[in-house]
Design a protein around this ligand. Sequence first.
Ligand SMILES: [Zn+2]
Length: 166
Amino acid sequence: MSTKFAFIDRDGTLIHEPTPEETRSGDIPYQIDNLKKLKILPNVVEGLQRLIKKNYKLVMISNQDGVGTNIFPQTSFDEVQNKLIEILKDNGIIFEKIFICTHMPDKNCKCRKPKTALLDNLLKEEKINIEKSLFIGDRDSDKEMAKNIGIKFIEIKTNGAFKIDI
Ligand SMILES: [Zn+2]
């Protein structure tokens, strides 16, 4: 038996990603670093529930530049992430695994999407159903990641509704 995975991006796909226009002075663009910025996008709860009902294992994978440094303290990231996980859990939604690359783009790490190093162990340990597994995201890097794993990509419009046809 192989496992159907739904790999899902976080910012812009599950929750609202602040646009540069929404960014106030002193804030870093795209960062969701306090609870006031946490907004779950339309259809996310229903869509994730449907994936679970269809026996998908959910895996969150996200690039979060500089978490754990002074530009993005770990506590600021955790506050938002923990609240998101709590809300999803209250709706019966559990992510089996959560992978976060915390490096800055110029570090050229092996774990930044679309590179697949964060998933290497998982893909080794689990027999993944390549035909049915999905990557759901809003960015070209997500699309590229789907290609690198060899699975279908479902594109979400950045900060749009979580519409998946499965
Ligand atoms: Zn990394």
